[in-house]
Design a protein around this ligand. Structure first.
Ligand SMILES: [Zn+2]
Length: 269
């Protein structure tokens, strides 16, 4: 399993993470995608079918790597955590090649959108769907109840913090609460959409919640000191920002501004 203490696998080389989840790292490393998108092949051990979660970018080598990782197993579902292209772009092609349906929450990707608490059967594997809006409105997490792992897409990353769109910060805190509930079982692990697996999920969720609350406090303090323009707030709060991430920082600042303007008590209970 790729964790914070080990090096990432090479793109395209299957890397088992748990008994039921194998990582195939996509070749799309970048400022927004970290080491690349984590594509997951999910199957009950010994089964002859599997699902692919987050096929990733439309890339011939990555498609071949996913099919090689599936091996003899038939792909019966193409799952997507959210409609961003670094997760979803290859989904239609993988579906066409395998004959498997695309399952996602976004109606752009499927005629039959997934909903909260849907239970999917992939052969003998059970997959429970959790609607976890925040990063996007259509963000889903997928729980494998037989082993307690949760595939979190971009809701919880292996490192760093996801963009949360303006108007969705309250939902994001609610989604972290929801994940804390399902990740309380012993042996639970977070398998994120980017970055290494997190074998200490509750501590990691608390760290992320605390970091986000700190950011809320910093914006509130900066606004109180007279810095109100979003671009000025970005300069103030992210002094060493990589230029490619400026858009992301500005969205984050706007999300906090929207959150504190709509909620007089922005710290969730
Ligand atoms: Zn992503």
């Amino acid at each position: 399993m790729w964790t914070r203490d080990t090096a990432p696998p090479r793109p395209g080389v299957p890397s088992p993470a748990t008994d039921r989840a194998t990582l195939v790292l996509a070749p799309n490393a970048g400022a927004w995608t970290f080491e690349g998108t984590n594509t997951w092949v999910l199957a009950e051990p010994g089964d002859d079918v599997c699902a692919v979660l987050d096929p990733g970018p439309d890339d011939d080598d990555h498609l071949a790597a996913i099919l090689a990782a599936a091996g003899e197993r038939r792909v019966v579902a193409v799952l997507v955590s959210h409609a961003h292209p670094d997760h979803a772009e290859l989904a239609p092609r993988l579906a066409a090649v395998t004959g498997a349906p695309v399952r996602a929450a976004h109606h752009r990707l499927t005629d039959e959108p997934l909903r909260d608490d849907d239970v999917l059967r992939v052969g003998a594997l059970t997959v429970r769907v959790l609607h976890t809006p925040g990063h996007t409105g259509d963000s889903l997490c997928f729980l494998l109840p037989d082993e307690g792992s949760v595939l979190t897409g971009d809701t919880v990353l292996g490192g760093g913090s996801p963009i949360v769109k303006p108007g969705r910060l309250g939902q994001f805190f609610d989604s972290l609460d929801r994940l804390s509930e399902v990740l309380a079982a012993p042996g639970s692990v977070i398998l994120p959409g980017h970055g290494p697996a997190l074998p200490d999920p509750l501590a990691q969720i608390e760290r992320r919640r605390a970091a986000r609350l700190r950011r809320v406090d910093q914006v509130v303090d900066a606004v109180a000191s007279g810095i109100e323009d979003p671009d000025d707030l970005v300069d103030h709060l992210y002094p060493d920002l990589h230029p490619e991430l400026r858009v992301a920082a500005r969205i984050s600042v706007e999300a906090v501004l929207a959150h504190v303007q709509t909620d007089p008590d922005p710290v969730p209970s």
